[in-house]
Design a protein around this ligand. Structure first.
Ligand SMILES: *[C@@H]1O[C@H](CO)[C@@H](O)[C@H](O)[C@H]1NC(C)=O
Ligand SMILES: *[C@@H]1O[C@H](CO)[C@@H](O)[C@H](O)[C@H]1NC(C)=O
Ligand SMILES: *[C@@H]1O[C@H](CO)[C@@H](O)[C@H](O)[C@H]1NC(C)=O
Ligand SMILES: *[C@@H]1O[C@H](CO)[C@@H](O)[C@H](O)[C@H]1NC(C)=O
Ligand SMILES: *[C@@H]1O[C@H](CO)[C@@H](O)[C@H](O)[C@H]1NC(C)=O
Ligand SMILES: *[C@@H]1O[C@H](CO)[C@@H](O)[C@H](O)[C@H]1NC(C)=O
Ligand SMILES: *[C@@H]1O[C@H](CO)[C@@H](O)[C@H](O)[C@H]1NC(C)=O
Ligand SMILES: *[C@@H]1O[C@H](CO)[C@@H](O)[C@H](O)[C@H]1NC(C)=O
Ligand SMILES: *[C@@H]1O[C@H](CO)[C@@H](O)[C@H](O)[C@H]1NC(C)=O
Length: 627
């Protein structure tokens, strides 16, 4: 009955070695697969042909028509007719990438039905986070099937369980009613607040072939299942073939898109093809005309020949290192300008125009603490980003090198801490794009000739629309050790998960130690916490220069670092407060609560292999436990 305590996390070491802590569940996997195995059809037969035709057209039909399509292929009276239904979650279709995300999910579902256990079966139901696909040799549309087929729950217990229960009940009742009776797409999502900090996010949806009454009954049944599946838990999901509900303490849907999907107009989301890229939707305030956009992106283009010449055909000699998105080379342009050339190995789902436009926007982000993106090259399957070259390499090469770390004096350390803070603040709040970095770490901080820190690799997560959907090095989502628990465990990122990474980085800079395990029961965060809370922070500074230490200043920085790595994201300060706290001695700081302890606190305890591996990149994480 009790859920296994371990979450499923796949880790990739920097060496590229796969270190599988447990099985992977990612957003591209079905949350439910229903394929009875006693209904085989024969290959090459008429049903086979009909099903192929059906599956070939459904994803496109659904994604181009608001996220829903039903169809049937084969003669109307024949026994080999194939019936199908494809649907995307309404907020997905109304979200940034619109039909594209819907299409990607449905295309994945078509691939999955040609594999075990569905291959060769006459009927199948595959349900994913973002979409569902159903087909059969018998007509099923319009008929509700509200038997619970799958439940998921978050193993964390809700604090304030009574209030939580009652609020979940109210929220889900409201969503049931809204989905069935007022939303045109049999979909509703909403948020309820449980003071002081908890927000409960809920969603209810039916397949859109159902009548309102059937949808209502199906959802009421699913809500009634909550006490069985997930009583007192922080999250849960009840899935039937015809409807599903979900609640969580973190946002798992796009609130703005959900709102649009729930309102009667527009009847259709904008068509994918002619739509502007999603940044316009998200940020609202960017209003470049198409012409401006084209101009600015064209002027950023480098041709492949120039870059090949600059880097000696991407020679090993010019290779500076391997970033999260591919190798980086040093190059020299004909005019003598030094550049860093990042040859992207990850595949982006964006088209060329969309990608160029996105790059043009990222290139507009200019701040003295951000590595400047000079342009790009998208030619012959190559996707290359061109950056300013910084001569002092990345922070980790000096900070963690026992031979060199003493050279990094306190003044420089403080300048680096503050600079990164300002760069991050700019990304979060001051730039028009409001970018969450998602992979802030010492190797992503580059140093210029005056040892000014500059953040690199920002905006790339967005460029690749990195979701935790494919367990592959091409979709690296963050780096273990810097990832906030809610991101590592639930895939939820926010400005506050960047704040967490910043806190880790700050503590690393002050102590000169990497956030790997100190011993089996301690990582850097708990190590610092233990010393700090018994007033022995001085002992933390072994790896650092003794000269010029200013104890009060140091304590204040450690204090700010600890505030940033608190387990509850709501308690972490925003970057604006962080910058103020670092600068003003007159601001009093709140007392930090104990930091997130990643290993022990979240069921990966004792896995010293994981701890020892250190700076590995986390490719994918699951969110919930299947029952
Ligand atoms: C259907 O196919 C599966 C997999 O090929 C096989 O295991 C099963 O025995 C078949 N069932 C029938 C009724 O033929
Ligand atoms: C139904 O499927 C057939 C065969 O793939 C396709 O030609 C037709 O356009 C589809 N109809 C709709 C409404 O999608
Ligand atoms: C669908 O397939 C099943 C199993 O082969 C069969 O028993 C049933 O009669 C079929 N339904 C129709 C409408 O042909
Ligand atoms: C949740 O509460 C139950 C019963 O009160 C307890 O047995 C369980 O260990 C708790 N789980 C967590 C993750 O705290
Ligand atoms: C659901 O909640 C919203 C927001 O609080 C409210 O406007 C709406 O009337 C409620 N709907 C129902 C059916 O209770
Ligand atoms: C790069 O490759 C081209 C042909 O592939 C060759 O002509 C050129 O000399 C090479 N340049 C360098 C610097 O190796
Ligand atoms: C940083 O770069 C400058 C200029 O290239 C150089 O003089 C200086 O020694 C470098 N500093 C470190 C710590 O490597
Ligand atoms: C993983 O990445 C490799 C190389 O980038 C690619 O060829 C492969 O298709 C990817 N696998 C999946 C499952 O996406
Ligand atoms: C290891 O962890 C324990 C318990 O937290 C602590 O008491 C001990 O001092 C640590 N050892 C080292 C070498 O830091």
């Amino acid at each position: 009955m009790a859920p296994p305590p371990c979450r499923r996390v796949l880790l990739l070491c920097s060496s590229g070695l796969l270190l599988v802590i447990a099985t992977v569940a990612n957003a591209a996997d079905p949350v439910y697969t229903g394929c009875p195995s006693d209904r085989n059809y024969s290959r090459g037969g008429a049903f086979d042909a009909n099903l192929r035709a059906l599956l070939a057209s459904l994803p496109a039909a659904a994604s181009s028509s608001g996220g829903f399509a039903v169809n049937a292929t084969g003669a109307a009276t024949a026994t080999d007719r194939a019936y199908g239904l494809a649907q995307c979650r309404a907020d997905v279709v109304f979200g940034g990438r619109g039909g594209d995300d819907c299409r990607a999910c449905l295309d994945g579902s078509v691939r999955d039905v040609s594999a075990a256990p569905c291959a060769g079966q006459k009927s199948a139901v595959l349900i994913y986070d973002n979409c569902l696909l159903r087909f059969s040799n018998e007509s099923f549309t319009g008929a509700s099937d509200d038997r619970v087929v799958k439940e998921y729950w978050n193993p964390e217990n809700a604090t304030q369980p009574e209030e939580f229960r009652s609020l979940v009940g109210k929220l889900m009742d409201n969503l049931t009613d809204t989905a069935a009776h007022t939303s045109p797409r049999l979909f509703a999502a909403g948020v309820a607040e449980l003071p002081p900090f908890i927000k409960i996010y809920g969603m209810a949806q039916c397949t859109r072939d159902l009548a309102a009454g059937d949808c209502y009954r199906c959802l009421v049944g699913a809500v009634a299942d909550i006490p069985k599946c997930c009583d007192g838990k922080q999250g849960g999901q009840v899935i039937t073939r015809s409807c599903s509900i979900r609640f969580e303490v973190y946002p798992f849907f796009d609130a703005q898109a959900a709102k649009a999907a729930m309102s009667p107009a527009p009847a259709q989301p904008p068509a994918t093809r002619n739509r502007r890229p999603h940044k316009h939707k998200l940020i609202g305030s960017v209003n470049l005309g198409d012409e401006d956009e084209m101009r600015s992106s064209e002027s950023l283009l480098y041709d492949l020949g120039t870059l090949k010449a600059a880097t000696g055909n991407f020679s090993e000699d010019n290779r500076l290192g391997e970033g999260g998105f591919g190798p980086v080379y040093k190059g020299i342009l004909p005019n003598g300008q030094e550049i860093a050339v990042k040859r992207l190995s990850a595949t982006s789902h964006q088209g060329q125009l969309e990608m160029k436009t996105e790059i043009a926007l990222v290139a507009k982000l200019q701040h003295k603490n951000l590595v400047r993106l000079l342009g790009c090259c998208i030619e012959e399957e190559e996707k290359i980003l061109v950056y300013e070259f910084l001569c002092n390499k990345s922070l980790d090469t000096i900070l963690f090198d026992p031979a060199r770390q003493q050279d990094l004096n306190w003044e420089q350390r403080f300048k680096i801490i503050e600079g990164i803070g300002r760069g991050l603040l700019y990304l979060h709040e001051d730039s028009r794009l409001k970018i969450i970095h998602r992979d802030l770490k010492a190797s992503n901080i580059l140093l210029d000739a005056d040892m000014n820190p500059k953040i690199s690799d920002f905006g790339l997560a967005k460029l690749f629309n990195m979701e935790c959907s494919v367990a592959n090095t091409s979709r690296i989502a963050g780096t273990y050790g810097y990832m906030a628990p809610e991101y590592a465990l639930h895939g939820i990122f926010s400005a506050k998960s960047d704040v967490f990474s910043y806190g880790v980085l700050l503590l690393e800079i002050v102590t000169g130690r990497r956030n790997t395990h100190i011993n089996d029961s301690e990582d850097l965060l708990t190590f610092v916490w233990r010393h700090w809370s018994r007033g022995a922070a001085g002992e933390l500074l072994d790896g650092c220069p003794a000269a010029g230490r200013r104890p009060q200043e140091l304590l204040r920085r450690i204090h700010v670092g600890l505030l940033c790595v608190q387990e509850d994201p709501q308690l972490r300060p925003g970057m604006a407060s962080v910058v103020v706290m670092l600068n003003s001695r007159s601001v009093t700081l709140p007392a930090p609560s104990s930091p997130a302890f990643f290993f022990a606190g979240h069921g990966i305890a004792g896995d010293t292999a994981a701890a020892a591996a250190g700076d590995h990149e986390v490719a994918c994480v699951s969110d919930l436990e299947p029952r």
